[in-house]
Design a protein. Structure first.
Lengths: 1118, 380
């Protein structure tokens, strides 16, 4: 049968996405997966529409495609034979939108006759060749976890996108380079499901994209719901909800093999997949394997220098259909992956190493994590991931209007990352701040960050040349180096860096081995000087999902679900390589160094002092020595966090002619409990000095430290914390007519803190952030929710849907209260590693999203998207800082006794009110021109603009005590100085400004906003000053060739950052580390304003967008 | 079917590649120079003994500036110490003939008492020669341990004196406003060699061997009486041992020798431990030892691991038992004079111990048994 009134050539609505499309909640006729028998026996006494969807050129059925009747707002999906059926329709002209992941969407017109089954024949969709490539690139980006040296994780772009939504389709790829986050939300606010089972890990709150590394076919089919809107597989949240559909019947039958080459982190990939199609016995099988690799490549300046990458992904799915009612799905996948990492570095490091390249090609690719070992490349940071996953799903379609889906899932996410560790030896990192030329500036800068020109005796500085003339303003290679720095010393270091000397700019593995071999002679029973350790963060989870759906009642669909998850986060260290050393003694080096101070604080006995440095007191007591660890041995810490999460949710969706309404409620119970297999010395020490706090440090089942030390169990159980959280959302859709809709959604919820943010020093002890105890001992409702984050969010959308132009405009507003997060860094003042738990974080996100796609003649489509928002902190937060080695970080005088008491937990406000959230650019815009030629040529070009992008701030630099001299807990900073802004006698604010009001100054006329103060105060913008450097251009071109016997060959080339813009900072962080005695204020002894003059010593570190990079793939289907 | 086999074979190959591992451990022999490699190394220049090196390249006034008034302010005073410059810098040519020195490391900063400095010794004709190396690296002995022989290509570095101590260094301008008497201490002075630079210049010769270290046994009298300011330079940095000494329980101050107190070392800078607080000034703390005839100092940093251990014989009751513990002290001989406005005296000398194992002291009980001193840490 011929198509009726076909209005457009196939594919002309390339990537037309309508926010109407994925609202499966609205479906009234979802018989998509019915068996063929059921399809054939449908009666035509009612008004219905049937059809088939095939792939152009190969005539293969397209499974899971979305078929939308625009005027009647009805949606269904194609079954495994590509067939669809819509029943109970109204007669009349109708517009059909046909969309499928991986294909170019299209629109058809038809006329539906009353009381008959209308057959609209076969529709054909073109493969969207670029989609596969983009999907793979996005997966690759998402699996990169860019942990910085201080343990913070950079937010990555999401790999979950829907090619059927014009906004998400353009933004998810074109903006991924800039780590764009939808509405500025972190990954934890996005819900990711696989076949209806939640796979956001309970401890970290995130989905592990590396579990699907390289499996772009396996992860191809998904249903994505924008933000708050209703969906039929979960309650959802404020972020997008995605359900990956991996049942075998979703995939097209046949073989597919591809090879790919790229200059990104890995260099080549091969893939193969096979789908059996439905067999006579009712089974369908699907499998995919994908291998991606890159050997070590040491060409300095290339993308991914010093990175090796091996990943083997596998996916297997089997599906058994007994009859119309019963279906069983078995799915397993995993992708053991080994990949090297690269690091953010300071601008100085980039500037130096960029000089190795003669042009901008290769700029900003320096990676300090690798070096040479006996002439061979080796990376110190190797991530190993493997997340074997098993899913069993059972679908029971009780009758035509109700169904029950049951899912069971299990996965064991193995994640570990290696790093160098050292003991009483120099820091091996090549980019350690003391190894950079700028360290020669130490002591040579003024308090305002400029070079000194006169010394303290007012003597004019300037080294003399051979003729006795003073040399002012020395510079080398264009870099000013001031008046008082030895030029030769600077040149020598500078030249080592600009020439990229192997032993200076990379890890000198030979030197590490040499140190260990020498140590074997000098100190044969001691710890190795250097090791490569492996930090394990494994997660084991078992999940159960029940989903009941009922549309028996007119206009009403009821969906309800139960999600239960038992999780265990497993954290420990092992030794990867002793690097020639004999053993590693399991003591805490910081505790060992500071043991004298620890002992003098409380008068421990010598025997007790020996406990403090031990990581495993039980072993020490049994063996009278610290554990000597060899390769593979577990050391340092070994703790677990057990978590239970149960969600019960229900949703009602009402559908009328002009209005759709939904509302949903969710009740959540969760708990968390830390256990440890190592009773370490710092937990002992802190308990010894605070015996009444034993339940805080060790757990509420212990009451006597002495008793515990004499009977140390194999596993210590911490206190279990329980949380109950409600959530409610509702939405309304007003259909002005078939082409214009207005939608409004709102959500309110509380969320228990994630386990990763709940403990102030989880490697050491059981102590949680204070609000959790307030919750545990709640006497009121506000206490009960003291630890939970509260979220209120809403959005308003207008969407339009015409044959030539489609799009939407959405405004959104979200308020977060009381979030928490954990950071760690090296504290110069205390000379030890500290953990910093920040809580009471309040944020507000609001903004606008707009997307429009316009058909331009026969071959072209122009899409435009923009996202503009303001994501800010709206109040100051609070912080608890404690030393990893248990030492006191300050002291205060007891007013009654006059005795100085040590302080182990510093409590202070964090001055973040008004700062911007660093989750990608807050202003993004793209124009995309797509081209399709019926001879199967595809191309598109996307021009994107990014602005309003801020660097992540370090809470340590914004502590109130740094600026006021006194912390919120009343303790004094750095020996004490008067409040800077407040006159103590009059209690008035004494800030002043310069003549034109542009510079705020303290009471002594020292500017607050000039360097170096901005290192402390200002939030750094990552946007380049030259507007032209804020654009990125991406290009894609492809050709599809149909061969005999339904075979095809496709070639696709995707080129990102065509203009090689090497000036785009995509992320980074402000270093938390501060030089000793940093503060702005008035020293009591000096009586004038002062600030540490070397505040510049630990500048921010950045990531840059890769320069021009490509991904080319050739795919053969047979 | 053939296609299937080809695909599976390709994947199998991939698996093998996946299993590829890191480079093999390096053979020890490759990492340490042998004597032949040392000879090959110095072909482009000359290997100097430590004394030859100093004599050839170090001048009294230094060559770094023609106007030496920019040297550290109180580094010379013609009326009190004529012809003496306590601070100097002579830069060494960056290019041309290689300038090499070699020596064996005599220090260990594990105990925290040798902050960012190394001492090396070289035995020439049976006599010890020594030189300090000023290196900007904490825990440098992690790479250059006690007993390790090293060879250094000194081109581009400098030889100078800091408070009369000769050291391999780079020029550095001191402008530390937080120092005590800051105005008297500003100016050019020997500074620490950036560690990245030092590592490039230095190679290890053989593996460490503490047994090859040479220790000069001296009396306190030989140390404090025999040398003038210039002669002292040659002795500074040597590894020495003094026998039959005991701690007197005293500290040295501008008002003479005083008895240590029983105060809290975190508060009281005169407490009877090795190195109590300096109240954020940071100078090395010293305690007096005697051989019954003369007295000198044993110094330790307040940041050393054992800083708050009682000096031998001392306890919470006081220092009266100190003279009961007699024995030997081994350490680096140190001559420190940073102010030319004063005449040198015996208190410019001190012995810096590497850790408490450098003290071998015994008490003799009533039966004549030798009871070793056991270190005890101060507790509140």
């Amino acid at each position: 049968m011929k198509h009726l009134c076909r209005i457009s050539a196939l594919g002309l609505f390339s990537i037309f996405a309508m926010s109407t499309s994925p609202t499966l909640a609205q479906e009234q006729n979802n018989l998509a997966n019915d068996s063929q028998q059921a399809y054939a026996t449908l009666q035509s006494a009612q008004t219905s529409l049937v059809g088939t969807l095939m792939e152009q050129g190969t005539n293969k059925p397209i499974v899971g495609a979305s078929i939308t009747l625009v005027n009647q707002n009805i949606v269904t999906e194609t079954n495994q034979k590509g067939e669809f059926l819509l029943s109970y329709l109204e007669a009349g002209d109708e517009e059909i939108i046909i969309e499928a992941d991986g294909y170019i969407s299209t629109v058809e017109l038809t006329t539906i006759q009353q009381n008959i089954q209308n057959d609209c024949g076969t529709f054909y969709l073109q493969v969207d060749m670029a989609n596969d490539v983009r999907n793979e690139i996005l997966l690759n980006l998402a699996e990169q976890d860019l942990n910085d040296d201080e343990g913070r994780t950079q937010e990555q772009a999401s790999a979950a996108s829907s090619s059927t939504d014009v906004f998400n389709n353009v933004t998810s790829f074109a903006w991924s380079t800039m780590r764009y986050r939808n509405r500025g939300y972190e990954q934890i606010y996005e819900q990711n499901y696989i076949e209806g089972i939640s796979f956001n890990a309970a401890e970290r709150g995130q989905f592990n994209f590396s579990a699907m590394g390289g499996l772009n076919d396996a992860s191809r089919y998904k249903e994505t719901t924008n933000a708050i809107e209703a969906n039929n597989f979960s309650f959802g949240g404020i972020g997008n909800a995605t359900n990956y559909l991996m049942a075998a019947s979703h995939y097209a039958q046949g073989w597919k093999a591809s090879v790919a080459g790229t200059n990104r982190n890995y260099k080549a990939a091969i893939r193969a997949s096979y789908n059996s199609g439905p067999l006579n016995n009712g089974w369908t099988f699907m499998g995919q394997v994908a291998f991606r690799f890159s050997p070590y490549i040491d060409n300095k300046g290339i993308i991914g220098e010093g990175i090796k990458y091996y990943s083997l992904g596998y996916f297997f799915s089997a599906e058994k259909v007994w009859n119309k009612q019963h279906k069983l799905k078995l799915i397993t996948f995993g992708a053991p992956t080994l990949r090297g990492q690269s690091a953010a570095v300071t601008q100085e490091t980039y500037d130096l190493t960029n000089q190795y390249n003669k042009t901008t090609w290769g700029w900003n690719n320096y990676n300090p994590y690798w070096g040479y070992q006996d002439g061979e490349v080796r990376n110190s940071r190797l991530v190993k991931t493997y997340d074997p996953t098993v899913i069993v799903g059972y679908e029971y379609d009780i009758d035509e209007t109700s169904s029950l889906h049951i899912g069971l899932g299990y996965h064991y996410s193995m994640y570990s990352n290696s790093a160098l560790s050292f003991y009483n030896a120099p820091d091996p990192r090549p980019d350690y701040y003391r190894n950079l030329p700028s360290f020669l500036w130490d002591g040579q800068l003024t308090e305002r960050g400029t070079f000194i020109t006169k010394d303290l005796n007012d003597y004019e500085l300037g080294r003399m040349d051979e003729e006795g003339a003073l040399l002012f303003n020395q510079s080398y290679n264009g870099t000013p180096i001031g008046h008082s720095i030895d030029l030769n010393a600077y040149k020598a270091l500078h030249d080592l860096w600009t020439s990229r000397n192997d032993r200076t700019t990379q890890i000198d593995w030979d030197a590490l081995y040499r140190a260990n071999y020498a140590n074997n002679y000098a100190n044969p029973d001691g710890s190795a000087k250097y090791i490569q350790e492996r930090r394990h963060n494994d997660i084991q989870e078992g999940m159960l999902s029940l989903n009941y759906s009922n549309s028996k009642f007119d206009h009403l669909k009821i969906t309800a679900g139960l999600e239960a998850k038992q999780s265990e986060g497993i954290h420990y260290k092992t030794i990867d390589d002793l690097l020639g050393g004999k053993q590693w003694l399991d003591v805490d080096p910081f505790a060992e160094r500071d043991i004298a101070e620890l002992a003098t604080n409380i008068g421990l006995t010598q025997a007790q002092i020996a406990y403090v440095m031990q990581n495993d007191i039980k072993y020490y007591l049994e063996n009278d020595n610290p554990k000597a660890i060899t390769t593979g041995g577990r050391f340092a810490y070994d703790y677990r966090i057990n978590m239970t999460n149960v969600n019960l949710w229900a949703q009602n969706e009402w559908n009328w002619n002009s209005v759709d309404l939904y509302y949903a409620l969710k009740l959540s119970y969760s708990n968390m409990q830390r256990t440890t297999d190592m009773f370490n010395g710092r937990a002992y020490y802190l308990t010894a000095i605070n015996p009444t706090l034993i339940s805080y440090y060790l757990g509420d089942r212990y009451s006597s430290l002495d008793h515990l030390v004499n009977n140390i169990p194999n596993r210590l159980y911490g206190t279990m914390h329980h949380f109950f959280d409600p959530a409610f959302k509702l939405g309304l859709k007003y259909k002005i007519n078939g082409r214009n809709h207005i939608k409004i959604n709102a959500l309110a919820e509380t969320k228990a803190p994630l386990a990763r943010d709940a403990y102030i020093s989880p490697r050491v002890h059981d102590r949680a952030i204070g609000t959790i105890y307030q919750h545990d001992q709640a006497q009121s409702l506000s206490d009960f929710y003291a630890a939970s984050q509260k979220i209120v969010s809403g959005d308003l959308t207008y969407e339009f849907n015409y044959p030539i132009v489609r799009g939407r405009v959405t405004g959104f507003y979200t308020q977060f209260w009381n979030a928490s997060e954990l950071n760690g860094y090296y504290d110069d003042e205390a000379r030890t590693f500290v953990n910093q738990a920040m809580y009471g974080i309040n944020r507000r996100h609001f903004g606008l999203e707009a997307a429009v796609a316009v058909k331009l003649g026969t071959y072209f489509t122009l899409s435009g998207v923009v996202s503009a928002g303001d994501y800010s902190y709206v109040s100051n937060a609070y912080c608890i800082t404690s030393a990893e080695n248990g030492m006191a970080l300050g002291e205060k005088t007891d007013l009654n006794t006059g005795i100085n008491e040590p302080i182990y937990e510093l409590k202070d406000s964090v001055l973040i009110n008004g700062l911007k959230v660093s989750n990608g650019p807050q202003l993004n815009a793209s124009l995309k021109l797509s081209f399709f030629h019926p001879k199967m040529w595809f191309a598109d070009v996307t021009v994107s603009y990014f602005d309003r992008n801020w660097l992540d701030f370090a809470p340590a630099r914004r502590m109130k005590g740094l600026f006021y001299g006194t912390r919120t807990d009343g303790t004094v900073v750095n020996g004490g100085f008067n409040q800077l802004y407040i006159d103590n006698t009059t209690s008035t604010d004494v800030r002043q400004h310069n003549a034109d009001g542009s510079i705020a100054m303290d009471a002594y006329g020292v500017p607050l906003l000039e360097k170096p103060y901005n290192y402390l105060v200002e939030q750094e913008s990552m946007v380049h000053s030259n507007p032209w450097h804020r654009f990125l251009i991406d290009l894609s071109i492809g050709k599809l060739i149909y061969l005999e016997n339904r075979q095809s060959l496709s070639i696709n080339l995707s080129v990102s950052n065509v203009t090689n813009n090497v000036y785009m900072k995509t992320g980074g962080y402000q270093q938390a580390r501060l030089p000793r005695a940093t503060r702005q204020g008035v020293l009591e002894s000096e009586g004038n304003s002062t600030i540490t003059s070397n505040i510049w010593k630990f500048p921010s570190k950045y990531y840059y967008a890769w320069g021009t990079n490509f991904y080319m793939t050739i795919t053969y289907k047979f | 079917m053939r296609k299937t086999i080809n695909i599976l074979f390709t994947l199998f190959l991939g698996l093998i590649m996946f299993a590829s591992c890191e480079p093999n451990a390096i053979n020890e022999e490759k990492l340490f120079l042998n004597e032949q490699q040392v000879q090959d190394l110095i072909q482009d220049g000359k290997l100097y003994t430590l004394h030859e090196f100093v004599d050839n390249f170090m001048t009294e006034r230094g060559n770094y500036l023609s106007d030496t008034t920019l040297y550290r302010t109180r580094g010379n005073n013609e009326s009190v110490n004529p012809g003496i410059h306590l601070f100097s810098i002579d830069t060494l040519p960056s290019y041309g003939e290689g300038i090499y020195i070699r020596g064996r490391v005599t220090t260990d900063d594990f105990g925290g008492n040798f902050y960012k400095s190394l001492c090396i010794q070289q035995i020439v004709n049976g006599e010890q020669q020594a030189l300090r190396l000023s290196v900007d690296a904490g825990s440098a002995s992690g790479m250059y341990p006690l007993g390790q022989e090293i060879i250094i290509r000194c081109n581009g570095l400098a030889i100078g004196r800091y408070a009369n101590q000769i050291q391999l260094c780079v020029p550095s301008y001191n402008n530390n406003k937080y120092a005590q008497n800051a105005g008297q201490k500003i100016g050019w002075a020997p500074g620490r060699i950036p560690f990245a630079r030092f590592r490039i210049a230095t190679q290890l010769v053989g593996t460490p061997d503490k047994s090859k270290l040479h220790c000069d046994t001296l009396t306190i009298g030989e140390i404090i009486d025999s040398y003038n300011v210039k002669d002292a330079r040659q002795e500074d940095g040597k590894l020495i041992c003094i026998k039959d000494i005991y701690y007197t329980g005293e500290y040295e101050s501008t008002s003479g020798l005083q008895m240590c107190t029983t105060g809290d070392p975190e508060i009281d800078e005169y407490a009877n431990v090795f190195a109590p607080t300096t109240k954020n000034v940071g100078y090395p703390q010293s305690r007096v030892i005697s051989d019954g005839i003369n007295k000198t100092l044993v110094s330790m940093s307040e940041y050393a691991k054992q800083a708050n251990f009682y000096i031998p014989g001392a306890d919470s009751l006081g220092v009266t038992n100190c003279p009961n513990y007699v024995g030997s002290v081994t350490g680096i001989l140190s001559y420190y004079m940073d102010n030319a406005s004063y005449a040198p005296d015996q208190w410019n000398w001190a012995i810096s111990i590497r850790d408490l194992d450098d003290l071998s002291l015994f008490k003799t009980d009533a039966e004549g048994n030798q009871i070793p001193w056991i270190p005890v840490e101060y507790t509140k």
